[in-house]
Design a protein. Structure first.
Length: 249
């Protein structure tokens, strides 16, 4: 998916494509191909403005930093659940990119599941993984909104996915809590708000059960206006700052 923001002398673009050669088990085969596409060159051939490409999780974290709960939290980790799984890190009011600009690659972390198989985290925690579970017994979901209007048997599949996602995320988010000491861990993306709230609540329950042995506990909550974060984050991208003057304080 590529989203654009027009009306400026520059055109920021966010994409949720994986790095070249990296894709989740349940994602469409075409998904990984975007990792080798130079989107800026592709668009520069038809658009008379400079193009800046940003990872969607980074754009989401920047959007939250500028327009959402970043007004309340100066340091937070952002979890983006789309067809894949990504993350973004904000420290002291600044987005942290890492040495090569690939910080927050949450979905690529390998973990051993309940069957003993080692796989990427996004193979459990993502819309593509949830859709695959629903498709197995014949449920086809055309959009995330349909996840809130399923019959009872399908809802039980979602419930099972939710618990598996909590199990998969618990240790990873605990590590983030210990290593980074964020004020909050925010969850956004295309998952319906009601499901994000449930996921955050269950993860907070897990954190509370360990609080006695933790030096600090970051609160986990749904990102503000989470469905819009990647797009809202585009004006915050470095190449766009000369054209978007944001003074929110």
């Amino acid at each position: 998916m590529v989203t654009t923001l027009a009306g400026s002398k520059t055109l920021p673009v966010s994409t949720d494509a994986s790095p070249e050669g990296v894709t989740g088990r349940n994602q469409p085969a075409e998904y990984a191909q975007w990792g080798s596409v130079a989107v800026n060159q592709l668009l520069s051939n038809v658009l008379p403005v400079p193009i800046f490409v940003e990872n969607d999780a980074a754009a989401a974290a920047m959007g939250e930093m500028q327009f959402g709960l970043g007004q309340q939290y100066q340091s937070f980790f952002y979890v983006l659940i789309t067809m894949g799984l990504g993350g973004g890190l904000v420290i002291d009011g600044q987005y942290f990119r890492g040495a090569t600009g690939r910080s927050g690659e949450l979905g690529l972390i390998n973990r051993r599941d309940t069957t003993g198989v080692t796989q990427q985290l996004q193979n459990t925690v993502s819309l593509s993984a949830l859709y695959a579970r629903l498709a197995a017994p014949g449920y086809r979901v055309a959009s995330p909104r349909e996840l809130t209007h399923l019959d009872a048997p399908a809802q039980r599949i979602v419930d099972d996915w939710m618990e598996n996602s909590v199990d998969a995320l618990e240790e990873v988010l605990l590590s983030i809590n210990y290593l980074i000491n964020p004020e909050a861990i925010l969850i956004g993306g295309r998952l319906p708000a009601t499901l994000v709230e449930r996921l955050a609540s269950r993860l907070n329950d897990r954190f509370r059960s360990r609080a006695a042995t933790m030096p600090s506990v970051a609160h986990i909550r749904r990102a503000a206006m989470s469905d819009d974060r990647p797009l809202s984050g585009l004006p915050s991208c470095p190449s766009a700052t000369d054209f978007y003057r944001l003074d929110l304080h």
